[in-house]
Write a protein that binds this ligand. Structure first.
Ligand SMILES: [Fe+2]
Length: 297
């Protein structure tokens, strides 16, 4: 990611000197009235002073840059900032749906396993140190925001694969076939904390290209038989080839933030030590419903 250094510019706050008034001869009241009238006319003709630059404006400009990087690259990697600013920035991008503190914690890992209503085999738990294979998060999440509170002492990098070239590797009929493969996902009830099982296709059409939802451990078996099984195997091979040839590896430093397009990029993480102190704040963000709102956000 490049260009951030130059993007923190702010519109120069015009250092407007007060315009010199017309030279007036000292003298009578009529002259004073004329001078006042001229000054008033000049004030009316002058362009209005620009509104003061505020912290909110700067944040909105930053959010516009993040949106542009997400559109172009599927990700935006930002230099260190406070956690509060990261959350504010995420709020400018869309609606924040869920905040999770990702840490290695056996107690939370066990609680998470117990809470789940599904026994999806092999479904990884984020609080466990075991590696997480390539996947997207649930399809209701448009953008994932990660903020590094503390990084793992040895690694802790996020591994990413950009699938924007899917159409170059699969024909229209094959993509339609992948669209008939279903994967389960879980929507947690905000009140009860219980997870409700739902389904979504592996590939769906979207206004800006394919929208992906992939987590191999959540494939619905009855949607993945026969020809679909072959397509699914080809998709897994595509992911593996991309991992070998076009892997993006980002190891966030403390205070850095990373936003990724969850419907375009797959993400993964390697094994961590059970004693890892890695702490990443994760936000789930949904784009505003209206594109106009996204532009203005
Ligand atoms: Fe994930």
């Amino acid at each position: 990611m490049s260009g951030w250094g130059g993007r923190h510019h702010q519109a120069a706050a015009a250092d407007r000197g007060v315009a010199a008034g017309p030279a007036t001869e000292p003298g009578g009241l009529a002259q004073d009235r004329d001078a006042a009238a001229i000054a008033a006319a000049m004030a009316a003709a002058a362009p209005p002073a620009p509104p003061a630059i505020t912290a909110t404006d700067a944040l909105a400009a930053l959010a516009a840059c993040v949106r542009e990087d997400l559109r172009l690259h599927g990700l935006a990697h930002l230099p260190p900032m406070t956690e509060a600013r990261f959350v504010e920035l995420a709020g400018c991008l869309g609606e924040i749906g869920l905040r999770t503190d990702l840490v290695i914690d056996p107690v939370q890992a066990e609680e998470e396993r117990r809470r789940r209503s599904s026994s999806a085999a092999g479904r990884p738990v984020v609080y466990a140190p075991t590696e997480l294979g390539f996947h997207t998060d649930r399809p209701t999440v448009d953008v994932i925001g990660w903020y590094c509170v503390e990084q793992d002492a040895e690694d802790g990098a996020v591994l990413l694969i950009d699938t924007s070239d899917l159409g170059e590797h699969f024909g229209a009929a094959e993509i339609a076939g992948l669209g008939r493969v279903e994967l389960g996902y879980f929507q947690r009830d905000a009140h009860t904390g219980q997870e409700e099982a739902r389904r979504a296709p592996l590939v769906a059409g979207g206004p800006r290209g394919h929208l992906l939802y992939y987590a191999p451990w959540l494939v619905v078996p009855e949607s993945a038989g026969g020809e679909a099984a072959l397509l699914l195997a080809r998709f897994a091979a595509y992911v593996e080839r991309k991992r070998e040839t076009a892997l993006v590896r980002i190891r966030l430093e403390r205070g850095e933030a990373l936003f990724v397009d969850n419907r375009r990029l797959l993400h993964a993480r390697g094994n961590l030590s059970p004693s890892s102190r890695r702490h990443i704040v994760r936000l789930y963000i949904a784009w505003p419903a209206s594109p106009a709102a996204a532009v203005g956000g």
